[in-house]
Design a protein. Structure first.
Length: 116
């Protein structure tokens, strides 16, 4: 099928018809995502109520920092595609100690997160 042409109604890119089937697994995952989203939204509302509107500036600055980091990781992944995680990029560009510390720091972060 040529690029740019819309698919006929009810067809997939592979040519088969779409099916309306939601399994129990799909519904559970959608419910889990909704619960997490509501929890984050309510948690943000409580923080704004306690700290005032200045916390919105903190959220914006934190979001911009994450955006810059993720774009930099994307640039490194395109420039130097390697098997491994971001600790591999730390090892390649900053040295073996930085790669080692980054990998174990990430592991420790998930350990603490799971325990919490």
């Amino acid at each position: 099928m040529p690029v740019g042409n819309p698919l006929p109604h009810g067809d997939t890119a592979s040519g088969g018809p779409l099916k309306r089937e939601l399994g129990e697994r799909h519904i559970r995952l959608m419910a889990l995502g909704a619960c997490i989203g509501v929890g984050l939204f309510l948690g943000s509302a409580k923080a704004i109520q306690m700290a005032g509107p200045a916390i919105m500036l903190s959220y914006i600055l934190g979001g911009l920092a994450i955006l810059v980091i993720m774009r930099a990781l994307g640039e490194m992944a395109v420039h130097n595609p390697v098997a491994g995680s971001f600790s591999r990029y730390a090892q390649d560009y900053l040295g073996p100690l930085a790669g080692f510390l980054t990998g174990w720091n990430y592991w420790f972060l998930w350990l603490v997160t799971c325990v919490a």
